[in-house]
Write a protein of this length. Structure first.
Length: 79
């Protein structure tokens, strides 16, 4: 039973990552160096962007992805 729950969680995490990638592309943020990993509904953002607006946009997009419980934004702004 537990392994089935883990499988469902990993499927949800995969879906979160796919959805986030699609949303980044739609917002034109896919050209930035943004890396992300979903784990049990927590979406962690890493990488570098050029402006604080892009950093904020990446976080806002992440917060709107279905099944995301929490966003951890570790993106750095490189001016």
């Amino acid at each position: 039973m537990e392994s089935q729950a883990k499988k469902i969680e990993s499927n949800v995490d995969d879906a979160i990552e796919k959805n986030y990638k699609a949303m980044l592309i739609s917002k034109g943020l896919d050209k930035q160096s943004i890396h992300f990993k979903a784990n049990n509904g927590v979406l962690t953002l890493k990488g570098k962007v050029k402006t604080s607006q892009q950093r904020q946009a990446a976080e806002q997009v992440a917060a709107n992805v279905p099944n995301v419980a929490q966003v951890v934004n570790e993106i750095e702004v490189n001016r």
